[in-house]
Design a protein around this ligand. Structure first.
Ligand code: HEC
Ligand code: HEC
Length: 287
């Protein structure tokens, strides 16, 4: 029975390390921040106002398509990517999917005042303006109408990769995934505009936890004060798709690895039984 005692002691101490010490150390080393807020309660969007998509279509056509394409609604880009990036720092994203991937409250607050909604006001001082104008001179009803229009033209479903492309790839490359439409031809413009290089996201799923990524995308300032990265007001679902895509790219063997856990433990068990029998055989002759 000595073996069982040794095993029990091992299990207890490993358990204390695994469930006690390690999580405690993590909680001390990483900042505690509030959970992501997918309603964006700190932003004043157009709230309960119901939008009229038909009027929204006219407004979007008059105000937005000079910079943004909406290919699915037959508004092609008016400039090539390189010119666009040189003018605005980044290629303004196609708005075809905005109504699906962005939370409606965030989206209306963003149109109202992009720097405030993205928590990047600290970057736009001393005469530097956000490349997208604020529409806070418009009546809130008009903004609600544009949001309703964007929602009406958005697809019902997008692949994880497409959500990532629309939400992140105008600034970030992900070289282990693949490139999307040459948006990264603008890397040097992006760095100039952001004042910082936007890192390649291929391996971030390994260097940061999923929780961190969710908190960071939902509100980067919580983790890195005064960071250049804007808040990206994704819905909970879209954000999960982005993180899943990052996991598929950066840790593509994860499922395979995890599915091996039980077979491997079974193998160890069989081995342990043989070791046990062998030990009996040897000690029987000695006693
Ligand atoms: C002068 C050019 C310009 C105009 C006009 C413009 N935008 Fe933008 N928009 C941009 C740029 C540039 C970005 C990317 C900014 C960034 O990523 O920092 C952007 C980003 C966006 C985003 C992405 C938001 C996010 O959080 O990532 C949405 C949605 C958007 N614009 C909607 C609109 C709508 C709706 C209109 C019309 C009411 C409009 N834009 C008019 C230049 C423009
Ligand atoms: C308008 C440009 C822009 C967009 C859009 C953008 N980012 Fe970033 N991101 C940046 C910049 C710039 C940095 C570097 C920030 C710094 O070093 O302070 C950054 C940093 C990061 C980091 C590193 C954080 C860390 O802990 O070091 C991650 C992860 C990240 N972004 C993920 C994303 C994801 C996911 C999306 C899409 C949902 C996204 N970003 C959209 C510009 C952007």
């Amino acid at each position: 029975m000595r073996e069982f005692k040794i095993l029990a002691i091992l299990v207890v101490f490993t358990g204390i390390l695994y469930w006690g010490v390690e999580p405690f150390a993590h909680s001390q080393m990483h900042a505690h921040v509030d959970k992501p807020d997918y309603e964006f309660k700190d932003l004043k969007g157009t709230g309960e106002l119901k939008g009229d998509a038909t009027n929204g279509a006219t407004l979007v056509q008059a105000n937005c398509i000079a910079c943004h394409s909406i290919k699915s609604a037959s508004f092609p880009p008016l400039m090539d990517d390189a010119t666009s990036a040189a003018s605005y720092g980044v290629v303004p994203p196609d708005l075809g999917s905005s109504g699906l991937i962005y939370d409606a409250n965030y989206l209306s607050a963003f149109i109202n005042d992009p720097a405030t909604a993205t928590n990047t006001k600290h970057k736009f001082v001393d005469g530097v303006a956000h490349p997208m104008p604020a529409y806070n001179w418009m009546p809130p009803q008009d903004i609600a109408d544009m949001v309703a229009y964007l929602q009406s033209i958005a697809p019902k479903e997008l692949s994880n990769k497409q959500v990532f492309a629309d939400a992140c790839q105008r600034c970030h490359s992900i070289k282990y995934g693949d490139f999307y439409g040459g948006s990264m031809t603008a890397q040097s413009d992006v760095s100039k505009y952001m004042g910082k290089e936007a890192p390649d996201l291929s391996q971030y799923i390994r260097s940061r936890s999923k929780t961190y990524l969710h908190e960071f995308i939902n509100n980067p300032q919580k983790h890195i004060e005064a960071t250049a990265m804007p808040r990206v007001g994704l819905t909970k679902k879209a954000e999960e798709q982005v993180v899943t895509y990052m996991e598929n790219v950066g840790d593509s063997k994860k499922q395979e690895r995890e599915s091996l856990a039980w077979p491997f433990l079974g193998y160890l068990l069989v081995l342990a039984i043989f070791a046990w029998i062998w030990k009996f055989k040897i000690w029987r002759d000695i006693h």
